[in-house]
Write a protein that binds this ligand. Structure first.
Ligand code: SAM
Length: 248
């Protein structure tokens, strides 16, 4: 969203602000960042530490391995970001977390349509539970595996949003026909040469018959989704089923 308050903005709270923009500074996202189509603010959580050692973590209550990010330090970092140019306070506040709801393309579309999120990147064993409730953080996971920190996960989320912002992608259509946009995986893509190591491009794609190409792509997308992502296919199949009279 580009509003009177400025372009879509991602505010990242991290212990490693120098990791940004990283991969977000090149190619599509990087060009869009340089031309002001979106803004990125990377803020050091450690700047909100108050003791002389600037400590941000402590041992877990109840014992156990590792360290936990302190609630007071993180809350102060969030409050400082809210008070800064990244306001207003009604921006989505996300916490990258393997415990979170899995990130989906539909949530990405929602986030891209808003003012842009504030994103907290965890480290160590995670963050003190109390700050999640106290600052209304929405936990978001990028998959069922554990990363060493939330920064790479935040980059994934921001990249997925930025490419949907107006003016970022070259062709408008490229966002509407790809994987997940219709609840299906994308159909196979081909380009020249016509023959590669004995494998040719399916004839229908070079036939010039647009209706047949569209039907072929739809069938391929459905077959791929059914084979590789039965979870997505089940949702699609439910949507396709005609409503029975007992459905209300
Ligand atoms: N002890 C935590 C657990 O078992 O759930 C894992 C902490 S992990 C080592 C450190 C940080 O990496 C997390 O606080 C989170 O910010 C980030 N992280 C790790 N895996 C992630 C994932 N799959 N999605 C999003 N963020 C993740």
């Amino acid at each position: 969203m580009t509003s009177s308050e400025g372009p879509w903005r991602a505010t990242i709270l991290t212990l490693f602000p120098d990791m940004f923009p990283g991969p977000l500074g090149v190619s599509l996202a990087g060009k869009a960042l340089a031309s002001g189509l979106w803004a990125l603010e990377s803020r050091d959580i450690r700047a909100s530490a108050t003791d002389r050692h600037r400590s941000v973590d402590d041992t877990p209550a109840g014992g156990g391995p590792g360290m936990v990010l302190r609630a007071d330090v993180l809350a102060a970092a969030i409050d400082a970001a809210d008070a800064g140019p990244s306001g207003p306070k009604d921006r989505p506040r996300l916490l990258m977390s393997p415990r979170g709801r899995p990130l989906t393309q539909s949530r990405v579309i929602e986030l891209a349509a808003g003012p842009g999120p504030l994103i907290v990147c965890g480290r160590f064993e995670g963050i003190d539970e109390r700050v999640i409730a106290a600052r209304g953080l929405e936990e978001v996971s990028i998959g069922d595996y554990v990363l060493s920190g939330g920064e790479v996960a935040a980059m994934v989320l921001v990249d997925a949003c930025v490419r949907l912002l107006p003016g970022v992608m070259g062709r408008l259509a490229s966002g509407t026909e790809e994987s997940f946009s219709e609840g299906l995986l994308e159909y196979p893509q081909y380009t020249r040469p016509q023959e590669f190591e004995g494998r040719t491009i399916p004839e229908i794609l070079t036939s010039g018959d647009h209706a047949k190409v569209a039907a072929w792509r739809q069938a391929e997308a459905e077959a791929l989704t059914r084979a590789r992502r039965p979870d997505l296919w089940a949702i699609k199949a439910r949507q396709k089923r005609p409503k029975s009279t007992t459905d209300g």
